[in-house]
Design a protein around this ligand. Structure first.
Ligand code: FAD
Length: 517
């Protein structure tokens, strides 16, 4: 009898301890945060926005959203949560523009830091021999473009879409058609200011705290929050010749792409995309691109075919038109595209760089922007790209692609292997991006389930055929999968986590590490 009473007593004590601990973890959270002295403010009610992202598939409500006005707001908040120790369940996610795909910028029952509110000192452009700009980690690339253009300068390496934040793209890599030459955005940063998972504000660069610097670049937000970045600039052009040509044969298309990225005098931007079974394709292009040979082009029929489009751009100033035309002619004469499919356009530099925003506005007006986006981005070694293309474009994606499919090569020598990004082990590798949109509640080929099944088939093929593929903007749910993703680089990644965010407070939405409580 006594023993039973004792066991009951212990059980009750245990349960009440658990209850107290749970209530400490949850209900007391807002009050401890409310007590913090910050220049900005916390929001505890209007937190729904922070539970959404571009992917439109995962929604995790946070406890609070911090709208920081200063770097010290971020440091104070993280230090506070760090000092609560492992007894608190709170985690912290920086939210840039929330354009991730699977909840990476969300924090379930944690604190989301709205980086776009960060009002650091204004952007400071430093002209001179090696020009650069100092910006806040929450700054949008489109704003950096406009500010640096006032000085006739611009960043060297871009993403295709500029309404993304510096902290968001530097946590991944930042890849576009300039990367073959300049490397990704993470190869074009001189210095960062970072708030670590212990709430320490650290300035880092190649020379100063270099382990943190390299860790944070491509580090999926795991080691610190980027509050400031120093970004390399170059003289900006005014105009852009923008060119598209078509191929029916993948091997020919790939050879031309690889040749173009391997020579010094080449285009300033080199990308490509796959066109699956599109009707009246060239007619659609005609609103913004002129065919070189209108009669021949009008006879070209895209229906029911898989085509490969090489997309090129050459930058220039108004007074260089003749020279640039000559250079383009020379370069094009070395390519083996279908001659009747040469389309050209001349646009301003800003129009060219901000081109995806035009599509965004169109899609928004038709209610097609805020739909689920089950995107899949892969890095594929050059030696395996033909196997990949044969299977994926020959067997898996034959009817439609439900969105653009980008495919272009980059040079590995322009990527810094000290950073956290994981890429294939070959001198040239391809970025292949399936930028699909799903029609909500459709059960057809444009529905989410169908697209996810297709993605799965693509990934399974990559694995069984041992293509040595790495995911870009990676997403896994188990730590073993992350370990496989990082391969031999896992040890460094885990060591850095222990050094800079030992309680695993930061970027929980990546699901790499879990806070131990
Ligand atoms: P968020 O989604 O807000 O955050 C992404 C991750 O970074 C999260 O884990 C977050 O916690 C972390 N994070 C955010 N800010 C910081 C910070 N200051 N410090 C530390 N961690 C932080 N990518 C390319 O490389 N090339 C492209 O051409 C390209 N085009 C795109 C086009 C569109 C339409 C979209 C939606 C995305 C595109 N992307 C592209 C992907 C994009 O670069 C990433 O999704 C990027 O993370 C988005 O930036 P964001 O500011 O919205 O980041």
């Amino acid at each position: 009898q006594n023993n039973i009473l004792l066991i009951r007593g212990i059980t009750l004590l245990f349960l009440s301890c658990v209850t107290i601990r749970i209530s400490l973890c949850f209900s007391s959270v807002p009050s401890t945060l409310k007590a913090l002295s910050v220049d900005g403010h916390f929001n505890f009610d209007e937190v729904h926005h922070a539970a959404r992202d571009f992917g439109n598939r995962y929604q995790f409500l946070p406890e609070a959203v911090l709208h920081p006005k200063s770097v010290s707001d971020i440091a104070t908040t993280i230090k506070h949560i760090w000092q609560m120790g492992p007894h608190s369940e709170l985690t912290v996610a920086a939210r840039g523009h929330g354009h991730s795909l699977q909840g990476q910028s969300q924090a379930h029952r944690g604190v989301v830091i709205n980086m776009e509110s960060l009002q650091g000192p204004d952007m400071q452009v430093h002209p001179g021999n090696s020009p650069y700009v100092d910006v806040s980690g929450g700054e949008l690339w489109i704003n950096i473009l406009h500010e640096s253009l006032k000085y006739g300068l611009a960043p060297k390496s871009w993403t295709d879409y500029l309404h993304l934040t510096v902290g968001g793209t530097l946590s991944n890599a930042g890849v576009s058609g300039q990367a073959f030459w300049h490397g990704p955005q993470i190869s074009n940063v001189h210095q960062l200011e970072v708030v670590t998972g212990k709430g320490e504000v650290v300035t880092c660069s190649e020379k100063q705290n270099s382990d943190l610097f390299h860790g944070v670049l491509g580090g999926l937000g795991q080691f610190g929050i980027i509050t400031r970045a120093r970004i390399a600039l170059e003289p900006a052009p005014c105009k852009v010749k923008w060119i598209r040509v078509l191929y029916t044969d993948f091997a020919t298309f790939a050879i031309d792409q690889e040749n173009l990225i391997s020579v010094e005098k080449t285009f300033d931007y080199i990308e490509g995309f796959v066109i699956i079974n599109r009707t009246g394709l060239l007619n659609n292009w005609r609103s913004s691109f002129n065919p070189q040979d209108p009669v021949q082009a009008s006879q070209f029929n895209s229906d029911g075919r898989t085509l490969f489009c090489l997309e090129l751009a050459k930058y220039f100033h108004q007074d260089e038109t003749d020279r640039v035309n000559q250079e383009i002619e020379n370069l094009l004469s070395q390519l083996s595209y279908i001659t009747s499919t040469l389309f050209q356009s001349e646009v301003t530099y800003v129009e060219f760089l901000d081109r995806v925003h035009v599509s965004e506005l169109k899609l928004r007006s038709r209610g097609l922007w805020e739909v689920p986006h089950p995107w899949l981005n892969l890095f594929i070694p050059k030696s395996k790209i033909k196997d990949f293309a044969n299977e994926v474009f020959g067997n898996i994606l034959t009817e439609t692609s439900n969105g653009p499919v980008l495919i272009y090569p980059v040079n590995k020598s322009k990527w810094d292997n000290r950073t956290s990004i994981v890429i294939p082990e070959e001198d040239i590798f391809y970025l292949v991006a399936f930028l699909t949109s799903a029609v909500p509640s459709s059960s057809g080929t444009d529905g989410l389930e169908h697209i996810l099944t297709q993605n799965k088939r693509i990934l399974e093929f990559c694995e069984t055929a041992h293509l040595g593929v790495k995911q870009y903007l990676p997403h896994y749910s188990a730590q073993e999968e992350w370990q496989t993703h990082f391969g031999p680089r896992w040890e460094v990644f885990a060591r850095r986590k222990l050094a800079y965010d030992p309680l695993a407070l930061l970027a929980p939405g990546q699901r790499i590490f879990q806070k131990a409580i």
